[in-house]
Design a protein around this ligand. Sequence first.
Ligand code: AMP
Ligand code: ZN
Length: 470
Amino acid sequence: MKLYNSLTKRVEDFVPNTPGKVSMYTCGPTVYHFAHIGNLRSYLMEDVLEKLLRFSGYDVKRVMNITDVGHLSSDADTGEDKMLKGAKREHKTVMEIAKFYTDAFFADCAKLNIKTPDVVEPATNCIPEFIHMIEVLLEKGYAYKAGPNVYFDTSKLDDYFVFGSQDEKELMVGVRDDVTEDANKRNKNDFVLWFTQSKFEDQALKWDSPWGVGYPGWHIECSCISMKHLGEYMDIHCGGVDNIFPHHTNEIAQSESYIGHKWCNYWFHVHHLNDETGKMSKSKGEFLTVSLLEEKGYDPLAYRLFTLQSHYRKPLVFTYDALDQAAATYKKLKNRIASIPEDGSVDEAAKTEWHGRFAETVGNDVNTAMGLTLVYDVLKSDLNGATKRAVIDDFDYVLGLKLLEAGSEEKEDDNAVSPEFAAHVEEKIAERAAAKKEKNFALADEIRAALLAEGVVLEDTREGVKWHLS
Ligand code: AMP
Ligand code: ZN
């Protein structure tokens, strides 16, 4: 298998630390709001990478954190605490927000057929581990206390900018919002390991530490959580390109100073999904979520297909026209597969040969578009019907498009639910109507989102509220 490595900026042969085994870490979501479909592009491509590794015979252990503390509006330690912002917006506690949006994130992932990583660990579970790592960094002279905070001293490293030139990085910091100078820092790029005397008087989550009551910086989370579950040598670390600097640069600085040797060999970064005006965001333009696409009548897997059609290292522009095309392609492809004749028995030798072809083709730096082409090649081939189905089913482990499942038009009966469930849905619809009447739109939206998480889509029509399964 070949992978582009952001550290070396080359496509390299993938060689794990332990033959046959892969340790893989993914920066998880900051759970202060719904994930937008841009965030989910990153998680989708990371899901494909994990499944491709398994498809190629590796035993994979994948870990993901949940950021429920420490992530400020700017990745460079300034601005408002994102979780606090979410709690204020919805008049809830930070932990309520964290629970609600963690559940919503995994509900979205399930709709996109993204596998849950083997280990999922919220940052608030690991405070003693963060404190320990910071203590060691202070002992070794890589960190210092200044003013109310503990900082990492980037001047102690020979090469802090491991991913590229300083100029490039400064350019990236320059475009971030809210970047202000912190007078306590010894060097411009030093970053906070532990905050005390929070500048937010109402900081919700605080813990005792040797440096006073406070809370961890964002970057330390990923260093500690990955090492807790994967040890000191890691094969692949994933994230979106915006994580390269400062987040991943800081993770490497801390981790390697702490362990005293190289930490992770391959860095896999997914490029952004943009809208027509630029990088997608939660605060500007239409907030594009999986639920919104569903409300507009799209199958979430049509969005999965849309992302698979292009390479993960290229920016991708989202438009409804492009999604319409992907949805049409998806429907046609499923119909073609559904019409494969039921003949013959599976030719195991041919299946193995196609398996190898897929592993090699898609394994060339996660070439998902070529993977889709191979599905059409199988359809056009002279394999018998049983073998075609078996080969496509095999590929679909990686593609995750549920290609052999009946299309929505054929599975009308699947919409049948138990009377208890129908009564539960009707009760929630009534609660939502009451909330709307009292102009409590936040509660109304919450009820709609909770139903959606259970697979129920509501439609407000002139005849009243209608519902169907997603
Ligand atoms: P966050 O919840 O903000 O920490 O982001 C979750 C993940 O989504 C991170 O890996 C980001 O790098 C990634 N991400 C953020 N914006 C986009 C985007 N527009 N397209 C693709 N990935 C993104
Ligand atoms: Zn991270």
